[in-house]
Design a protein around this ligand. Structure first.
Ligand code: PLP
Length: 392
């Protein structure tokens, strides 16, 4: 067998993508599997966005663009930051990438030296720790509990900081917890970070628009404008416009850091797909009503699933603020089940015995929980809940 790099051996494939692949395989083998693992909305990309892509192709926009994105998309992104977030950026401060995933990847590659520590609150998006490892950094995980609504406290943050800390990821609304930080909570975290000028802050706002109450979104820069010179604000069109396959994410921040991230990108993917960039521009500048319609559906499903889960003895599920995930604590249930020792066993049991695929909390750094994606039809959710209840 081929001897692989230490780098690749230090990381693992994305567990969420692995679950989806496993469910697809079992289905192909004739098993009836309901997938509650999906990390993408189950709606089609809106027609006006697709039409923009067709028009881009018809007009010959099928060639390389500037590495950092087309001027017109960057303008749309700058306008979006101003309108939605009250933040001012110039084109040099904005980088368009192949999904939000590449924004984080560029950031860790451009910023970290060997041994640099990166603070990651758990439960976390599965890719942060592995991206840090790929950049020779050291993930420093801060654990949280359901009782603290899966949010870190200022005290926990201060205790995790060392003289090696270089970066912190904040993700609100959070995948997988579905929870948001309030302006006051972000202010308190910012008060700590203010004492450590060496730390760069990455706010991953990918789920900004998937919130039950519109207009309530805030990030750390809204709470602490004085952190502007060392904060990178990351977002994308994947979740808000159901455009996961188009692969467009974007980041804004200090010009020198953004330029370095662009250098990394110029030697890996070059520009994101030209056609997708035109589609993303249409998404950001066009009719936004799709988002509200999607959120109404997600909220109905959320209410149903949270209620069903809490009716199962040993399951505790808090209501979320947004996203299309719920993240129940199942420790008490696991303790009641013979031969099932942890969330990994429990998830395996559910896929085998109930035909329901979901992701164990361990994948997100929070054992004792499971992540259920509600990005599937109400019909599927009802079937899945009935099957889970029957299996246990
Ligand atoms: N950030 C968070 C918190 C996510 O959950 C995801 C996708 O699952 C991303 C970023 C990346 O999204 P994409 O690369 O599809 O734009």
């Amino acid at each position: 067998s081929i001897k692989l790099s230490n780098r690749v051996q230090a990381v693992k494939p994305s567990p969420t993508l692995a679950i989806t692949a496993r469910a697809a395989q079992m289905r192909a083998a004739g098993k009836d599997i309901i997938g509650l693992g999906a990390g993408e909305p189950d709606f089609d990309t809106p027609d006006h966005i697709k039409a923009a892509a067709v028009k881009a192709m018809d007009n010959g926009f099928t060639k390389y663009t500037a590495v950092d994105g087309t001027a017109s998309l960057k303008k749309a992104i700058i306008d979006k930051y101003k309108k939605d977030n009250g933040l001012d950026y110039t084109p040099k401060q904005v980088l368009v990438s192949c999904g939000g995933k590449q924004s984080s990847f560029n950031l860790t590659q451009a910023l970290l030296n060997s041994g640099d520590e990166v603070i990651i609150p758990a439960p976390f998006w599965v890719s942060y720790p592995d991206m840090v490892l790929l950049a020779d950094g050291v993930p420093v995980i801060i654990e949280t509990t359901q009782a603290q609504r899966f949010k870190i406290s200022p005290e926990q943050l201060r205790a995790a900081i060392t003289d090696k800390t270089r970066l912190i990821f904040i993700n609100s609304p959070s995948n997988p917890s579905g929870i948001t930080y309030s302006l006051e909570e972000l202010k308190a975290l910012g008060d700590v970070l203010k004492d450590y000028p060496n730390i760069i802050i990455a706010t991953d706002d990918m789920y900004e628009h998937i919130l039950w109450q519109q207009g309530t979104f805030v990030n750390i820069l809204n709470a602490h404008p004085d952190l502007y010179d060392r904060t990178v604000v990351m977002n994308g069109v994947s979740k808000a416009y159901s455009m996961t396959g188009w692969r467009i994410g974007y980041a804004a921040g200090p010009a020198d850091l953004i330029e370095a991230m662009c250098t990394i990108q110029s030697q890996s993917t070059s520009n994101p797909t030209s056609i997708s960039q035109y589609a993303a521009e249409a998404a950001l500048t066009g009719d936004q009503s799709f988002i509200d319609r999607m959120c109404v559906e997600f909220k109905q499903r959320h209410d149903y699933v949270v209620n069903e889960l809490n009716s199962i003895a040993g399951v505790e599920c808090i209501e979320t603020d947004g996203t299309f995930y719920v993240f129940p604590n199942v420790e008490k249930l696991i303790a009641q089940l013979d031969g099932i020792n942890d969330d990994l066993d429990f998830s395996e049991y559910l896929i085998e015995k109930a035909g329901v695929a979901l992701v164990p909390g361990s994948a997100f750094g929070s054992p004792g929980h499971i992540r259920i994606s509600i990005a599937t039809s109400m019909d599927n959710l009802q079937k899945a809940m009935a099957r889970i209840k029957a299996a246990i």
